[in-house]
Design a protein around this ligand. Structure first.
Ligand code: N01
Length: 544
């Protein structure tokens, strides 16, 4: 209890809290749980009116996990594993949001959370080694430690098309979808964007839309999700396998259950390869990507072979050959962007009320009061849906005015791309730790969150027990880590392609150049290095 560690609390007695947490998504929820266990005075500030983060905001039709539900939930509480049942292999957004709420109810976490509170600035106070946050209403909050739980895909972006605000009909970005149900019946609907979000939205609303026009700039290599319900018996069977599932996730490169095939694509006979791929194609989820031959991610020839396999699947599913070719990516190979998983996406284009417009050959010129004008045509719509993505990874940080020692701005620190130590610490930003910060272990996001929150919590516990009120990374550690992250990225085909994963967002002037935005080394390797820091008593950090 707190009486066991009076020194730490006393050291923070002039501050509102021991720990401030920004964001009540999965990262913030688990952080709150851990801070509660440490008996610390913690507070979560959350912009939304409820918990859930990504799963709170992204309520667009068809939003769901595309990783197996049971590899995407937390493992920290046996009680939760025993009590919570997933109804589908890939849970829908409402179910995932209920899961987030279930966690908060079960552990009574909301009493440490403050909603409708958008943090606009976070400034380090040199005089007291503390953090001072200000929200939109001008209220301030002070603490010893700051834990950012602001996600990697949070700050959404509208397209940089002239006239976006002119449209008089209904318009919405998928990441700000209303809580009330939206009807598409008898409506002429447009959607811009065919990433994972666009694909999930399109395949859902074509079930009852009046007419849908899809504006596609870049097609995506999408594969069947193969979702299905989970019966009570199957859920119990899955539950019995939880230890094995989590163990597998600990062993694999990116924390998923699927293990890549070590064989060289090019050394396997064409017949055997084809048979293997046919078998993979029938499997659920990311097995087809992550259970594939490993070298499709590094070898262009191998990649081209599998890309052609997928292209033929698309050709076999889309009736109109011109539409089929438009839906097949020509400028990037399979898996070099995040692979969206679909359920009937390609067949949607066989419906007479669905039309695909290739924006590459027929660019959008402007959005008008009544619709969209391309170079060749004018369209009238009742509704425009923007599935145009996010100012990813660093965007969550640019949305807040972060200032460290001597008022140094985080935006300046990261002008040339993110620079961190373990994706957890930033030079000149003492006492601030990032959950899912840039250059942190990546892949299966909840697995990464669970590890990062665990690491941060153990570190805060160490500070509590040792009366440490100042912790900062050195420049050298940041340089070394950044170099390591860049080395890990060597040779991966994904780094030669524009996407949010390489830091590119064509709608933002400052995000036109590719960077290494993610840690791409093996997750076990990441954890080993992070554990080593803990084992050394955190001496890699400057502590006082
Ligand atoms: O965003 P995106 P997203 N004119 O950036 C197009 C995760 N996720 O929200 O590629 C015309 O991938 C843009 O075109 P282009 C997942 O990690 C998970 O779909 O730039 N088009 C692209 O097609 C995913 O990767 C789930 O040429 C414009 C699209 O908009 C990440 O979130 C579900 C345009 C943006 O695609 C982001 O996915 C959904 C313009 N001006 C998402 N601007 C799960 O299942 C943009 N585009 C867990």
């Amino acid at each position: 209890g707190s009486t066991d560690e009076p020194s730490f609390s006393q050291m923070n007695q002039d501050l509102d809290y021991d720990v401030l947490i920004i964001g009540a998504g999965l990262s913030g929820i688990y952080s709150t749980y851990r801070m509660r266990q440490l008996n610390l005075r913690a507070k979560v500030l959350e912009a939304g009116s409820g918990v859930g983060g990504t799963w709170f905001w992204n309520r667009y039709p068809g939003a769901r996990f595309d990783s197996e539900s049971y590899s995407y939930n937390f493992s920290f509480s046996q009680e939760v594993l025993d009590e919570w049942n997933w109804s589908e292999h890939f849970a829908s957004q409402p179910e995932t949001l209920r899961y987030c709420e279930f966690l908060c109810d079960k552990f009574d976490l909301r009493r440490d959370m403050q909603f409708n509170t958008r943090v606009v600035s976070a400034h380090f106070q040199d005089s007291s080694n503390s953090w001072r946050l200000t929200d939109e209403q001008g209220r301030t909050y002070t603490s010893r430690f700051l834990v950012t739980c602001i996600g990697i895909l949070n700050n959404y972006t509208m397209p940089n098309i002239p006239g976006v605000t002119n449209f008089q009909g209904e318009a919405c970005h998928t990441a700000r979808w209303p809580q009330e149900p939206v009807s598409f019946e008898n409506k002429r609907v447009a959607i811009i964007g065919t990433g994972a979000t666009g694909i999930q939205t399109i395949q859902e609303i074509t079930k009852d839309v009046g007419h849908l026009t899809v504006f596609q700039r870049t097609p995506n290599w999408s594969l069947p999700l193969r979702n299905g319900p989970i019966s009570t018996e199957e859920m119990n069977e899955i539950r019995s396998r939880y230890p094995e599932i989590f163990r597998k996730c600990l062993e694999t490169w990116s924390c998923f259950m699927h293990v890549s095939d070590p064989r060289d694509t090019l050394q396997v006979s064409p017949e055997e390869r084809e048979a293997f791929w046919e078998e993979l194609y029938e499997q659920r989820g990311f097995a087809k990507w992550l259970g594939n031959f490993g070298n499709i991610n590094t070898n262009k020839e191998a990649n081209a072979l599998f890309s052609e396999f997928v292209a033929n699947k698309i050709r076999s599913r889309v009736n109109d050959p011109v539409t089929a070719e438009t839906l097949i990516p020509k400028c990037h190979g399979f898996g070099t962007k995040r692979v969206p998983l679909e359920s009937g996406y390609f067949e949607a284009y066989n419906q007479p009320n669905v039309r695909l417009v290739d924006v590459k050959s027929n660019p959008i010129e402007c959005i008008t009061e009544t619709g969209i004008r391309t170079r060749d045509e004018s369209f009238d719509f009742d509704m425009i849906i923007y599935a145009t993505g996010f100012d990813a990874v660093t965007g969550s940080f640019t949305a807040i005015d972060f200032q460290g020692v001597n008022g140094v701005k985080l935006a300046d620190r990261w002008a040339e791309g993110p620079r961190t130590f373990l994706g957890l610490f930033v030079e000149s930003f003492p006492n601030m730790m990032m959950v899912m910060g840039p250059h942190q272990m990546f892949g299966n996001i909840p697995r990464s969150i669970e590890y990062a929150v665990g690491w941060v919590s153990r570190f805060i516990e160490f500070c509590r027990d040792h009366g440490i009120t100042f912790a900062e990374t050195s420049r050298q550690k940041v340089l070394d880590w950044t170099e390591h992250v860049h080395t890990c990225a060597d040779g991966l085909l994904a780094n030669d392609v524009d996407s949010w994963m390489t830091g590119v967002n064509k709608n933002l002037a400052h995000k036109q150049k590719r960077i290494i935005a993610r840690y791409q080394g093996p997750a076990p390797g990441y954890r080993k290095l992070a554990e080593d820091v803990a084992m050394r008593g955190y001496r890699d950090l400057k502590l006082a």
